[in-house]
Design a protein around this ligand. Structure first.
Ligand code: C5P
Length: 348
């Protein structure tokens, strides 16, 4: 028990899954400057791990240690921002008042490449909000959690909801979608070490002429309707070509990072199948019926990198991972305290 009579925080560990945009249509510009979207987003088994523990006795604030892939400097990290924002949101109803919810020691294990269109930072933020509430034994009304999520970033509400979803508005309107029927499909991710700034891609998009035929929106609406009616994995794989083109930010990403064009073309030739882009890039993806198939493809790409079939772009070798789309049942099970590591090892 703390001096104020509230129990001290408990240790909480959460998986923060990556996301894939199966479709991403930009349907307009909003008054707040953001773009209105229509996107089918799915969580992946590949994920970061966020662990929150009570801070050491005498600690004056929250702390963050990071392991794994390189990330931006610690003070800018969304994990610390999410803890602070969650503390602000619960302060008024905190049962330990007038004291604040106590400091937390966060540890982030980064498996998701940053600035890659996979939503890693946003997922870390969502996992942190949920973990901080659990660590403090605090709760907030659902609407307050949604507002808190949206204030941290446009993709954060999707991750807090969990599971496949149609995401609209600037990202804050999240409508759950049914899982695909059957074993979830596998995904090959190939991310050049070429971090791409999301604001730069949206700015490039805003400066371009709108496409005459809104093909991405049509593909996105069709996918939503079919998922709601019940879509099999094989039916999804059969429309990979359509999905790979259903990203309105693709041309803008190529304008920001022209080297991506040759990289994507070489990857498509090597794999012999359509290659999509997640979010604003630079991650490219291809869908497979099984994890074994995606792993074989990952080996092919690694060989292609070694023998020069894949062009060398960015700051070193690309990130290559075979993972799966995370079905909602598994999402809930794996997001629990002790299962995060299993999800990661399955996903890599
Ligand atoms: O909300 P978030 O911080 O992730 O957004 C980063 C930037 O991406 C925004 O500042 C904005 O420039 C752009 N953006 C947008 N429309 C969206 C989401 C993001 O224009 N729906």
């Amino acid at each position: 028990m703390s001096a104020a009579g509230a129990p001290g925080p408990v240790r909480v560990v959460r998986l923060a899954p990556a996301k894939l945009n199966l479709t991403l249509a930009v349907v307009g510009r909003r008054e707040d400057g953001y773009h209105a979207l229509h996107s089918v987003m799915v969580p992946l088994a590949l994920g970061d791990v966020v662990a929150l523990s009570p801070a050491r006795v005498g600690a004056r604030g929250d702390t963050l240690r990071i392991a794994g892939l390189p990330v931006s400097p610690t003070p800018d990290n969304l994990v610390l921002k999410a803890i602070a924002a969650t503390r602000d949101a619960v302060r008024a109803t905190w049962r330990g008042a007038p004291n604040d919810p106590p400091p937390l020691a966060a540890r982030l294990t980064k498996r998701i490449p940053v600035a890659a269109g996979l939503g890693g930072g946003s997922s870390d933020a969502a996992a942190t909000v949920a973990a901080a509430l659990e660590a403090w034994g605090a709760s907030l009304p659902a609407a307050a959690v949604r507002d808190l999520a949206a204030s941290l970033g446009s993709d954060v509400p999707f991750f807090l909801a969990g599971g496949a979803a149609l995401v609209t508005g600037r990202g804050e309107v999240v409508e759950p979608l049914p899982d695909l029927e059957g074993e979830p499909p596998a995904v090959l991710l190939v991310t050049p070490r070429l971090p791409i700034s999301t604001p730069a891609v949206f700015a490039a998009y805003a400066g371009r002429a709108r496409p005459a035929t809104p093909a991405a929106l049509a593909a996105s609406e069709r996918l939503v309707a079919d998922l709601r009616a019940g879509l099999s994995v094989s039916a999804l794989l059969a429309r990979a070509e359509e999905l790979s083109a259903a990203n309105d930010l693709l041309a803008a990403a190529l304008e920001v990072a022209p080297a991506l064009a040759g990289f994507r073309a070489a990857l498509g030739r090597l794999l012999g199948r359509p290659v999509g882009q997640s979010g604003s890039g630079s991650s490219t993806w291809a869908l497979y019926a099984s994890l074994a198939d995606a792993r074989r493809a990952a080996r092919l790409v690694r060989v292609g990198i070694c023998n020069g079939t894949m062009p060398a772009i960015g700051d070193g070798e690309p990130f290559v991972a075979a993972t799966t789309i995370l079905a909602s049942g598994r999402h809930i099970a794996l997001a629990g305290a002790h299962n995060g590591g299993r999800a990661i090892s399955k996903g890599r």
